[in-house]
Design a protein around this ligand. Structure first.
Ligand code: NAD
Length: 498
């Protein structure tokens, strides 16, 4: 059986004692085994990182950025290979896998310009003969812990920024689709990155805990579910590290009475069901404003949902593929039952869906629930499957309150032709990322990504300038160059005393 190893000091290997199983979402069953590491594996990665990082940090920024240019070209060259590898383990269709890689690639492109964004600030003459300036320096050795749902994009969000500013970076990717991160590590070596600067250690909680406790790791970036994010944040901060931890989501799409409903339906089909709903920026809740809007929307949604095609990840005509695992399929179907038991209306039931020839695959048909209310558990929690819930609101204020009061605050969208309503919504809603007639408002790579409330712990976002801030520390220098006259005119005066 295929075995996926750690990638340490430029090579894959290390004799594992424990393994995890990588499932085949299209067909069920195990397709590979992945090494599960422990503190001793991490120690080997730390040793390689410590040996390599000082010289990498001292490499001038143009040379570091050239490695990013090379890496960008290699990802483009290997796009098809990476997408196939990603789809085979995750289950998302090839077009979605290419999107996953592309959004990571855009962060690599941002990092090609790092010499510019690494520049510090300078004040001449802050006092008599005194200049004050600042410089950004790498934090040293950092770690990233990533989820299964974007196995290319999220490692690049963290890793590309971390290494391009001069750090060594150790990635602990999801154990459920671990092959793409290893391939990215190989491509970085081919791009000219020194061995030991980008490494991959595989594993479960044991490896995560080893990372959180290791004194040589100065910063940890985590993306995953909220309970684990909170745990990682608390334990990492208690160990004195800088931590950012992005969590789960329940994003709402507000549909105003004047919205273009054909556009909304098209957007919802992609945003609620694309990638089988396994996106932290999916739109699993739609909030039509007014009963008339709700009925008109529902009438258009039903045939559009019936037209969606579920297929294996290499089916070019499929809108989405299987979910990640058997237990996850059971969990999502359990939430559908809970929603029914809580009194919502099951308009389209995606349970008991089978794909001919792939009966053991983890497929769920698109599901639509109406008359969902804020007190229901199925509304409060993240389902992370191809399930769309309609929560009806009587007016704008009621619609605005729903995402604002929800425990998660990752993304939200409003669909309207009314600029005033959109502006009012964007400024008042208590959510981190807002789309105006944009269903999945993931900011481009030169802005930053991050949710609020239980969707994000810590105070910096991913990539863009926020990412640069997270992966660097600022040194502030106050310099005085007296003229050496010796007549007392160079006596130092503290500015507040003069
Ligand atoms: P997850 O929380 O199960 O796993 C994330 C990482 O944490 C993995 O590397 C995993 O090995 C590790 N982990 C799992 N259990 C752990 C434990 N008990 N202790 C320590 N580490 C542990 O998340 P997932 O199922 O891989 O990914 C889906 C979740 O990620 C969803 O909740 C989704 O909303 C969220 N997500 C959030 C964002 C964001 O930016 N906010 C982006 C993508 C995904």
């Amino acid at each position: 059986m295929r075995q996926i190893d750690h990638f340490i000091a430029g090579h894959s290997g290390f004799t594992p004692t424990r393994f995890g199983e990588v499932m085949d979402p299209n067909n069920g069953g195990v397709q590979a085994k992945v090494a599960f590491g422990d503190a001793s594996v991490l120690e080997a990665a730390i040793a390689a990182a410590s040996a390599a990082q000082p010289a990498w940090a001292a490499t001038n920024p143009q040379r570091r950025s050239r490695v990013m240019f090379n890496f960008k070209a290699l990802i483009e060259k290997h796009m098809d290979e990476l997408a196939l590898m990603l789809s085979a383990e995750h289950g998302k269709v090839i077009a979605d896998s290419k999107g996953d890689i592309q959004r990571g690639l855009e962060v690599v492109e941002f990092c090609c310009g790092l010499p510019h964004v690494m520049k510090g600030e300078h004040t001449q003459g802050a006092g008599p003969g005194i200049d004050v300036y600042s410089m950004r320096q790498p934090i040293g050795i950092g770690a990233g812990i990533s989820p299964f749902n974007f196995p290319a994009m999220i490692p690049m969000w963290m890793g590309a920024v971390a290494v391009s500013v001069g750090n060594a970076f150790i990635l602990k990717p999801s154990e459920r689709d671990p092959s793409v991160p290893n391939r990215l590590a190989e491509l970085l070596i081919e791009a000219g990155l020194p061995e030991g600067i980008f490494q991959v250690v595989h594993g479960d909680k044991e490896m995560v805990d080893a990372i959180l406790d290791h004194p040589a790791i100065s910063a940890v970036s985590f993306v995953g579910s909220s309970d684990i994010a909170q745990y990682v944040y608390s334990r990492g901060v208690a160990a004195g590290k800088r931590v950012q931890a992005m969590g789960g989501a329940k994003n709402h799409g507000i549909v105003m009475p004047d919205a273009d409903l054909d556009m909304v339906v098209n957007d919802l089909c992609g945003a609620a069901y694309g990638s089988a709903g396994e996106r932290c920026m999916a739109l699993p809740v739609v909030v039509p404003v007014g009963e008339d809007t709700a009925e008109r929307l529902k009438a258009k949604l039903i045939p559009a949902i019936h037209a969606l095609r579920v297929g294996i990840s290499t089916d070019e005509d499929a809108h989405y593929g299987p979910v990640i695992s058997g237990p996850h399929k059971t969990k999502v179907e359990g939430w559908i039952q809970t929603a029914v038991d809580e009194g919502s209306e099951l308009v389209i039931d995606g349970r008991n869906f089978t794909l001919q020839g792939h009966e053991e695959g983890y497929f769920i048909g698109p599901t639509l629930l109406d008359h969902v209310t804020p007190d229901m558990e199925s509304y409060k929690e993240e389902i992370f499957g191809p399930v769309l819930q309609i929560v009806r609101a009587a007016n704008f204020e009621e619609a605005l309150a729903l995402p604002s009061k929800h425990q998660y605050g990752n993304g939200v969208a409003i669909f309207t032709r009314n600029g005033h309503a959109a502006r009012e919504f964007a400024s008042r809603v208590n959510v981190g990322m807002v789309g105006i007639n944009v269903p999945i408002p993931v900011p481009v790579a030169y802005h930053s990504f991050g949710g609020w409330k239980r969707s994000g712990f810590g105070d910096t976002d991913q990539y863009g300038m926020e990412g640069i801030r997270f992966w660097t520390k600022v040194k502030k220098i106050t310099a005085r160059w007296p003229d050496g006259g010796g007549d007392g005119s160079n006596a130092f005066i503290i500015p507040t005393m003069s």
